[in-house]
Design a protein around this ligand. Structure first.
Ligand SMILES: [Zn+2]
Length: 117
């Protein structure tokens, strides 16, 4: 079944997740708003969490496989809080499903490679 849901990516390298924003440059990618000095409160440290569009697509595909693998006879399983790993071309990610409903899937993203974790 084709699903048309909004996909949101949140940086979970903080106590309160921040929605990642699309940045331009030599290539386009998602980054934490706390990468920009302009968005930092005094004393706050720059956040290097980021994700390429290719990795974002890979994470969406992997989660779709996870959803499809759930036995439909077991009914609707709530995947809120579900956690999985994803290995991209250059980075490893920790992914947590922060919110899921018919309209939206909200992914919590941590690029372990970029954050040296
Ligand atoms: Zn961040």
């Amino acid at each position: 079944m084709e699903r048309k849901r909004k996909m949101t990516f949140m940086c979970i390298n903080h106590d309160v997740p921040h929605e990642m924003i699309i940045r331009g440059g030599q290539s386009v990618f998602y980054a934490c708003p706390k990468f920009d000095d302009d968005n930092l409160e005094s004393g706050e440290r720059k956040c290097l969490n980021r994700m390429t569009f290719i990795d974002a697509g890979g994470i969406i595909d992997k989660f779709a496989e996870i959803e499809d693998s759930i036995d439909p006879l077991e009914g609707t399983e709530d995947l809120t809080g579900y956690e999985f790993g994803y290995k991209g071309l250059k980075s490893r990610f920790k992914v947590i499903i922060l919110k899921i409903n018919d309209d939206e899937v909200r992914f919590g993203i941590k690029n372990l490679t970029a954050l040296h974790q």
